[in-house]
Design a protein around this ligand. Structure first.
Ligand SMILES: Cc1cc2nc3c(=O)[nH]c(=O)nc-3n(C[C@H](O)[C@H](O)[C@H](O)COP(=O)(O)OP(=O)(O)OC[C@H]3O[C@@H](n4cnc5c(N)ncnc54)[C@H](O)[C@@H]3O)c2cc1C
Length: 372
């Protein structure tokens, strides 16, 4: 095990940032923007605790839209006050800066928490949790989504990240999505082929909100699928650590052939500690945070692992973890999917799964339990 010394000043920089946070977010621009949004907005909401890292600060504004019209109102407020926005799904692939996020954090929990099954198609709201949906798909006698029982994200986050595992991913079942582009204030449906889905990524950008997704499966054997669900949950418990993390940090450089974890092990970084963050002893591609720890330590350890692996193996690893509010860290700036109003756009489409009386709500507490 390699032990690094703790990042200098990590505690004092935390308290400094929480002092500056309140003054920064008390700016008139944020106050006026929240007033502009009305009852769907709350000022200065801790969002780090909403992520599976459970570290990091607050959002200047948290918005909980209840409809596509509310999302379009957020688009207008963003433009009026020149504010960025980011959607928070289940926060299982996200790290929020200790100083927080100076923009509008959007939760779709009040508008996209339902799903409906239409023969072999499942239309799921963006905030539906993957493990619960995987179980519902199997219960409906369909196969092709068993892998998702082990991924603790939401449907929206899974589309954005092209989440996957156990030999499959979202691109294998995704037909199309309902999307709201907050930059051009357009809502439409887009075919999966338009999203630039690739290994653990897509062309979707922070201003492009997935509202629901249509997934297509094949008829299956329910008992075989249930056995597969159980096996996946067992495998995850055995091989992956619990605690505060975002799953695998780095994308495998050669999917199916060379994993990021192998490279991290090759350079001897398993178990490395940096301040409040550490490389998991159980899985070298998991970087753990800790209670009362800082996002700065997590990001510093990610950078340090990346630098060591690059220096010693020549592989430059790409982090899967979305960084929110890190103004000083180079973030992958992505122009987004081309939402071309001349092609696929149907602004009149009903993208609110909540209005259909036949939809089923996916309950909390129906998940896999334990670490995914
Ligand atoms: C223990 C553990 C195991 C994991 N295992 C896997 C695995 O096997 N395979 C895998 O692929 N991932 C895995 N992950 C990572 C994570 O669960 C997935 O990437 C998941 O799809 C993220 O979904 P989320 O809702 O948590 O997204 P968040 O973390 O909330 O957000 C991730 C990104 O998606 C964006 N986003 C979220 N919702 C929307 C939306 N509605 N519209 C537009 N953008 C949105 C966010 O803005 C952000 O950029 C694991 C994580 C953990 C903690």
């Amino acid at each position: 095990m390699t032990a690094h010394s703790a990042a200098p000043n990590s505690t004092s920089s935390r308290s400094r940032s929480s002092r500056s946070r309140s003054s920064r977010f008390d700016d008139a621009r944020f106050i006026d923007a929240a007033a502009d949004l009305g009852p769907i907005a709350t000022r200065i909401v801790p969002i780090g605790v909403l992520t599976t890292y459970r570290v990091g600060g607050s959002a200047a504004i948290m918005a909980r839209p209840r409809s596509v019209d509310d999302l379009l109102a957020i688009a207008a407020t963003m433009r009026r006050f020149e504010l960025p926005a980011v959607v928070i799904g289940r926060g299982s692939n996200m790290l929020v800066a200790d100083a927080g996020f100076g923009g509008i954090a959007i939760s779709l929990a009040d508008m996209a928490a339902d799903h409906r099954i239409e023969d072999a198609d499942v239309v799921a709201g963006a905030s539906v949790a993957l493990p619960q949906l995987a179980r519902r798909v199997v219960a409906a006698g369909l196969t092709g989504f068993e892998w998702a029982v082990g991924v603790p994200g939401s449907v929206g986050g899974a589309v954005r990240m092209n989440a996957g595992g156990h030999g499959s991913d979202m691109s294998a079942c995704l037909v199309d999505i309902a999307i709201v582009d907050l930059h051009i204030a357009v809502s439409c449906r887009l075919a999966a082929s338009r999203l630039g889905l690739r290994f653990r990524g897509s062309d979707l950008a922070d201003h492009q909100v997935v509202v629901d997704a249509r997934l297509r499966f094949a008829p299956g054997d329910r008992s075989l699928s249930e056995a597969e669900l159980n096996e996946i949950v067992r495998w995850r418990r055995e091989h992956q650590p619990g605690g505060q993390n975002a799953g695998s940090v780095f994308v495998n450089p050669i999917p199916g052939e060379l994993s990021a974890g192998e490279l991290i092990d090759r350079v001897g970084l398993r178990g490395t500690v940096l301040g409040s963050a550490s490389v998991s002893d159980k899985h070298a591609n998991f970087i753990q945070g800790s209670n009362g720890g800082s996002a700065a330590d997590v990001v510093a350890l990610i950078e340090s692992v990346r630098a060591r692996v690059a220096a010693e193996t020549g592989f430059v690893l790409r982090s899967e973890v979305r960084l929110v509010g890190f103004d000083d860290v180079e973030v992958d700036v992505n122009p987004g999917v081309d939402v071309n109003p001349g092609v696929d756009v149907n602004p009149g489409v009903d993208v609110n799964p909540g209005v259909d009386a036949t939809v089923g709500r996916v309950d909390e507490g129906d998940g896999t339990g334990g670490p995914a």
